[in-house]
Ligand binder design. Sequence first.
Ligand code: ZN
Length: 190
Amino acid sequence: MSKESVLKKEFQEKDVQRLRNLMTGKHGDRTIIGVGYTKVEEFHKEGDIWETDGRKWTIKDGIKQNITKLDEAKKAINMPLFCPSCNTLMKKHADKRFYLQFKRCLTCQVDFEAELKLEGLWEEYNNVFINDNIDNTINEFEVWFEESLNSSNEDFITEAGDIESWVGSNKAKMLESKEETLKFLQSLKK
Ligand SMILES: [Zn+2]
C-alpha cells in the first residue's frame, strides 16, 4: 500500500470511530432500547434495507442512511476504461484503487510520487492530502449531523445492533458535541 493509503486508512478507522463515540456515547442523553425489538421499534441490522415514509433506508457502517445517497456514491466510483492521465487501458484489479483515490492509474501515480520526491515536495503533498481527507470527513460529518438532527426522534442502530433514540430536547447538547467534533477534526490538520 502507498503511504497515502495507509494514512487514509488509519485516519478513517481511528477517527470515524471516535466521531461515533462522540455522537453516540459520551455526549448527549440517549436511551438504549436494547437489542432486538419492542412492538413499535423495528429491528434493523447492518445491510438491511427497508422503507419508511416512502424512502428507502439501510444501515451502512453502523449508520442509518438513505439508499438514494448510497446509489449516488456508487455511481461516482465507476472507473473509466482508460486512465485520464496517460490514456492506457486500466486493469481492473491493479488500477481501481488508485483511480478511486487519485483519478489516475497505478503507473501514473507511481511516476507522480517519484517526481514529487525528486522535487522535494513529497511532505507538502502528503499534508495537503491529509487535509483534503479531513475536509471530506468534515463535510460527510456535517451532512450526517444535519440528518441526525432532523430526525432526532428516529432511531439509530449502532454497530452492536442496539437501537438508540435521540431525544428531541437534546438539540443543544448535540450542537455542542458537533462543535467539539469539528474542533477535533480541524486540529488534525497539518
Ligand atoms: Zn495512467
